[in-house]
Design a protein around this ligand. Structure first.
Ligand code: PEP
Ligand code: MG
Length: 883
């Protein structure tokens, strides 16, 4: 087996495709070397050697020694230096480098190969004894720490004592003679601690460092990092051994880092910083302020110290060419590290650079325009979930954060406003143009108007699909839900959280993307929907198969949905039209009615209002399909719940308070989610659904009659479990639809279908398909009923499941593809067997989640439907799923 891969001198035994074997750093060093770029020669010990090390009681494969010797001889030949030779000492760096980057988690040793003799040799060679002794003492400290396990502290104390003695504060004030004394003390300290002298044999040093790097794969930091980022232990780390080059050999030497494009804006301009006469750690450590790379950047920053372009013009030209070549070669923005040793450029690392969502978008579109990548690749380059950052105002990452409370990131974006505890007050003040944040224990449908008028929402209770979360996402309002530490004292007009008290009217900022509530106003960045965003979305639309619709029930939602490219409405929840404060009176009359005649009389008052809503929505959707879901929530949600409220409502509406209170108690349910809701309402009170179907068809006929494009109407029945239910509902729908169309003498195509949101519905999909022309998977309820976990209460215990790794993701956010997904697969299969063309879609919150969309593509659904603000995410995710 080959355990060692050499690179250098314009050649390499490995290449960029061998990342798994050589690690990211090793693979790219090989690639750069083979491209003929200036890379200090070296070699990589493979990740397989690391795995062997752990599989064999921390020992090496037998032939590794010989292979390392041979590779080292190669480096000596290429550099003209020799390991341990005082006349021309070769020094090397020994670095870790896994398949996935694990910044700073594992160990590194620099300047290896120095000992008493080679340090003097280096001094003679470079003509700079101070530099040589400084390097030697750095090496002793680093090696003693990483390989011999001694604390940094030991060495820092010695150095401080010397500085005190010399009465200086900075390292640069020490002379060669001073460093010589420091080195002597360092060596004495090591010998005292360990009972043996600091190793003088470079080969022994080398094997010590190799072992330490392999061992660092299992240090606590690295293990923790791997758990956080799902990096398997079996990957192992490679070890990169490379000839040292020095950026600290005077004013023609330097070291720096650069990105080929700006990683935060995406602008196509070299971006980075460097330091003259310094080593890599100095740039990272932030002790000296680094300088700009280009003259233009320096001038923009108003900096006085010269840029690399000005200080080292020739090397800079070469550097600019090299990184341009790297970007063309890798066809992506590169993040590089480099060193200049006495006017000679060396590349130490290159990799695809991390970037913000905005930069990713701009780079993808620019690179496709430049011909560097195809449009398909451009579409694949942008993480759909990251678009969230672009579609809502977000908090400027540079601004300070005073976190008051934390909860779930329930609806992304950020908003600032005054704290308000009451929905009516939110509506009043919000309607008057004031920025308010609605803070509630939890929200109910009665708070809708207040949520709408608020800029942001905070709840103390509730999960990711709680009422507040769903509604907030639908409206595009930032929301933090389930902020469990908040104690609201509405009477006192304050909330308490972790020892702080926030008063009504105090200004807070909701960061719905992170789940934080911050004190005060925080700097924001506004979204941008034109330009690069529009271009990339256009490309994505050309590649996707899945249609994308939106969940919308208000004219505002419908307009937002169209603006964000929705191709119809996949879920119009009609109950929101019942909650309107002007209508709730008639709704309550209906609920209080003693008989069917009384209910019909009350429903007759609601009908014209519903019709007007549908006319408006159909007009906005302009001929696109609109799926309307008939009434779903249990009736008691429309009634006041406390005796006090009952009295107030009765008084305001001229109702009998006793009767109202009796009805409230009659309708009380222990388990409303499993109670008298969904189509069960339509089956026990058919007149409710009849009224809704009538309102829908009267609206559609009105539009067609006025010569405008009639909508494609799809009537959807919620919470169906049995074929018989569906047959009953289908007959009801057809009967009313036909009657209305006959009255108006208008013929319109329409479809009747069902939501699939109960396990029984999925299993008996064949029965449903007999009378349903489409299925829409209501994965919020289907997840709730499959797991038996309440969607409104999951927030309280789900975190424990996530922390313990029992759930990888919140199943209300990302579809449980194994369990809930299996039911969907079964339903699709059994439904199609009876009705081959049955239209299939998804309208739960999962319809806007990229991983869930991938699943929908894989099982061949026809469309996904999600909150208006998530439609761009769904369009992009659908395109990626299809490519
Ligand atoms: C669902 O259950 O997934 C659904 C879309 O309906 P709702 O959220 O209104 O219950
Ligand atoms: Mg549902």
């Amino acid at each position: 087996t080959r355990w060692v891969y050499a690179f250098g001198g314009g050649a390499a035994e490995g290449d960029a495709s061998m990342r798994n074997l050589l690690g990211g750093k090793g693979a790219n060093l090989a690639e750069m070397s083979a491209l003929g770029l200036p890379v200090p020669p070296g070699f990589t010990i493979t990740t397989e050697a690391c795995n062997h090390f752990y599989a064999h009681e921390r020992s090496y494969p037998e032939v590794l020694g010989a292979q390392v010797e041979a590779a080292l001889a190669g480096v000596e030949a290429l550099t003209g230096k020799r390991f341990g030779d005082p006349e021309a000492p070769l020094l090397v760096s020994v670095r870790s480098g896994g398949r996935a980057s694990m910044p700073g988690m594992m160990d590194t040793v620099l300047n290896l190969g120095l000992n008493d003799a080679t340090a003097e040799g280096l001094a003679a060679l470079g003509g700079d004894r101070r530099f040589a002794l400084d390097s030697y003492r750095r090496f002793i400290q680093m090696y003693s720490n990483v390989v011999l396990g001694l604390d940094h502290h030991l060495f820092e104390e010695i150095l401080d004592n010397h500085k005190d003695r010399l009465d200086v504060t900075v390292d640069t004030a020490l002379s060669a003679g001073d460093w010589e004394k420091v080195v002597a003390d360092y060596k004495a300290a090591v010998e005292e601690e360990l009972g043996e002298p600091f190793p003088q044999d470079p080969k022994a040093q080398l094997w010590g460092a190799i072992g330490a790097v392999f061992a660092s794969w299992m240090n606590e930091r690295a293990k923790f990092y791997r758990r956080m980022h799902d990096i398997p232990e079996s990957w192992g780390t490679a070890v990169n051994i490379q000839a040292m080059v020095f950026g600290n050999m005077g004013d023609s030497s330097a070291t720096g880092v650069a990105f080929t494009r700006n990683p935060s804006t995406g602008e196509n301009r070299l971006y980075g910083e460097f330091l003259i006469n310094a080593q890599g750690e100095d740039v990272v450590a932030g002790i000296r302020t680094p300088q700009a790379l280009t003259r233009a950047a320096r001038e923009e920053m108003g900096d006085r110290s010269p840029s690399m372009e000005e200080a080292l013009p020739e090397v800079f030209e070469q550097f600019r060419d090299v990184v341009a070549r790297l970007e063309r070669h890798y066809r992506d923005m590169q993040d590089v590290e480099f060193t200049v040793e006495r006017g000679r450029l060396y590349m130490l690392q290159t990799r695809n650079g991390k970037r913000t969502a905005k930069a990713a978008l701009k780079m993808a579109v620019d690179m496709a325009a430049e011909g560097l990548i195809s449009r398909e690749e451009a579409v694949m380059r942008v993480d759909p979930a990251s678009l969230d950052q672009l579609l809502h105002p977000t908090i400027d990452p540079a601004s300070p954060r005073d976190v008051v409370a934390t909860g779930l990131p329930a609806s992304p974006g950020a908003a600032t406003g005054a704290v308000v505890f009451d929905a009516d007050e939110a509506q009043r003040r919000g309607g008057a143009g004031e920025a308010v944040i609605l803070v509630r224990e939890e929200t109910s449908p009665e708070d809708i108007h207040g949520m709408h008028a608020a800029r942001g929402i905070v709840t103390a209770r509730g999960g990711m699909t709680s009422h507040a979360a769903v509604v907030a996402r639908g409206m595009g309002r930032p929301c933090v839900s389930g902020a469990g530490d908040i104690r609201i004292d509405e009477k006192a007009g304050v909330f308490h959280v972790r020892g702080r008290t926030i008063h009504a009217g105090e200004v807070v900022t909701v960061d719905g993307s992170r789940g934080d509530v911050l004190s005060g106003a925080v700097q924001m960045i506004e979204p941008e929907l034109t330009g690069d965003f529009a271009t990339l979305m256009g490309w994505a639309d050309g590649f996707r198969r899945l249609r994308v619709r939106a969940n919308a029930e208000t004219p505002l939602d419908a307009r937002t949905a169209r603006q964000f490219g929705a191709e119809g409405i996949g879920l119009c929840r009609t109950e929101h039209m019942f909650f309107d404060e002007h209508r709730i009176q008639a709704v309550r009359e209906m609920i209080l009615a003693d008989d069917e005649a009384g209910r019909r009389a009350a429903l007759a008052k609601i009908l014209p209002m519903q019709r007007a809503d549908f006319v408006e929505i159909f007009n906005i959707m302009d001929g696109l399909p609109v799926t309307i879901r008939l009434l779903d929530p249990p009736l008691h949600e429309f009634l006041p719940q406390t005796e006090e409220d009952v009295r107030a409502v009765a008084e305001a509406g001229g109702l009998d308070a006793d009767k109202l209170w009796r009805r409230v108690r009659e309708l009380h349910e222990t388990n409303p989610m499993l109670g008298h809701r969904g189509c069960r309402l339509g089956i026990s009170y058919p007149e409710i659904y009849e009224m809704q179907v009538r309102a829908i068809f009267e609206a559609a006929c009105e539009i067609a009659g006025a010569g405008r494009t009639a909508p494609i109407v799809e009537i959807m029945h919620p919470l169906v479990a049995k074929g018989e239910e569906m047959r009953f509902l289908r007959n009801l729908t057809d009967r009313v639809a036909k009657a209305v169309m006959a009255e108006r003498a208008v013929e319109l195509p329409y479809a009747v279908g069902t939501m699939v949101e109960l396990p029984r519905a999925a299993l008996r999909a064949a029965d449903l398909a007999e009378s349903a022309e489409f299925f829409s998977f209501g994965t919020n309820d289907l997840t709730q009923t499959t797991f038996g976990i309440s969607r409104d209460d999951s927030g309280r215990f789900l975190n424990a499941y996530l922390e313990k790794g029992i759930f990888e993701k919140d199943p209300f956010v990302s579809l449980d593809q194994e369990g809930v997904g299996d039911l969907i697969r079964i339903a699709a299969e059994r439904g199609r067997a009876v009705r081959p063309g049955v239209k299939l879609g998804i309208c739960g919150e999962h319809g806007g989640d990229p991983a869930s969309i991938q699943f929908c593509e894989a099982i061949g659904l026809d469309y996904v439907s999600c909150s208006p603000f998530r439609t761009p995410i769904a369009r992009l995710a659908a395109a990626q799923a299809a490519l």
